[in-house]
Write a protein that binds this ligand. Structure first.
Ligand code: PPE
Length: 306
């Protein structure tokens, strides 16, 4: 990976190489921690801005709340720290990773006295599933691993431990040559991709799974809003895997992935086997939104001071 220069740690900046923790860091052992994935983009009109910063850090704070972790900073302080991290690193476009974790001190599952630590790193991160995925679409496959039930782990929290589920699914299908995994929920309905939400288009109707086992995606909310402005209401409900087989278009959304067309799913061609017209339209308007070209959505952007 490409590196940044400075990492914000517990309220101050340290050099990238010096952002170290002890091997008995609690989160490293048990997965109790929360994080965000945010992108900062170059604006068409000049300068850079972080996309939907407040929404991401609101989710960070909520994730911690769900898990009973008390973050020693306010959302506003974390917002400011994110802006300052980007500014200090001097990157026009980058990915930001705020991470809240339990430091070393006590060991064991019942530990309660470990310090709650916060780090914010940023680095340049290109297309999540490769440049070609954006242009031509990806090949996706249902994983044999289910997305956990909300009484097993909690999908409302973007927690460190939740990602073991995603990694198992993703590795399973990538080993077989697919680009991305689809996870079904414990009832067998479509939940989400290993790191993206799913949208299905058929006869002009756009549907997405209700987020009872998927992460409540901020990109999904953005895309839903952009579709609504085009007079298309996204229907949230149960989606089956064969809904995807007979769809005209399927696309994925995520901060890292942005908007990715799915051209093949479970070895079946989706639609014409290439990105469909609505997917293309959404990719284009999402690109405008993130680069500050939509005057009505300037509130989605937090500018980085020079
Ligand atoms: N579901 C999952 C499981 C998920 O990880 C993400 C984001 C989404 C849906 C979409 O959420 P949002 O980014 O708010 O639209 N995945 C992040 C982590 C990627 C990684 O590999 O790390 C991301 O896109 O930043």
């Amino acid at each position: 990976m490409e590196k940044g220069s400075w990492i914000w740690m517990d309220g101050k900046f340290v050099a990238w190489e010096d952002a170290q923790v002890h091997v008995l860091t609690h989160t490293l052992h048990y997965g109790l921690g929360v994080f965000e994935g945010i992108r900062c983009y170059r604006m068409t009109a000049g300068g850079s801005a972080i996309f939907r910063l407040k929404e991401h850090n609101r989710r960070l704070v909520e994730s911690a709340h769900v898990l009973g972790i008390k973050i020693p900073f306010s959302r506003e302080q974390i917002d400011e720290a994110c802006v300052e991290t980007v500014r200090r690193n001097g990157l026009a476009e980058s990915y930001l990773r705020p991470l809240v974790f339990l430091g070393d001190g006590e060991m064991g599952l019942s530990a309660t006295t470990n310090p709650v630590r916060v780090a914010i790193a940023t680095w340049p991160w290109g297309k999540y599933l490769g440049d070609e995925s954006v242009r031509s679409g990806i090949r996706m496959k249902t994983s044999s691993f289910w997305r956990f039930h909300s009484n097993t782990l909690m999908p409302r929290a973007k927690s460190v431990g939740n990602y073991l589920n995603s990694i198992l699914a993703s590795r399973e299908v990538r080993i077989s040559g697919y680009d991305e995994a689809l996870l079904l929920d414990t009832e067998g309905f479509v939940a989400e991709g290993s790191g993206e939400n799913v949208f299905v288009v058929r006869d002009g109707v756009v549907r997405t799974p209700e987020p009872h086992s998927a992460l409540s995606g901020i990109t999904a909310a953005t895309v839903t809003e952009l579709l609504r402005e085009r007079g298309i209401n996204v229907v949230a409900g149960r989606v089956t895997r064969d809904d995807l087989y007979v769809a005209d278009e399927v696309f994925l959304t995520g901060t890292a992935a942005e908007v990715i067309p799915v051209r093949e799913f479970d070895d079946r061609q989706i639609g014409l086997g290439q990105p469909g017209p609505l997917t293309r339209e959404i990719q284009a308007s999402y690109a405008k939104a993130i680069h500050g070209e939509l005057p009505e959505h300037q509130d989605w952007l937090t500018p980085i001071p020079a």
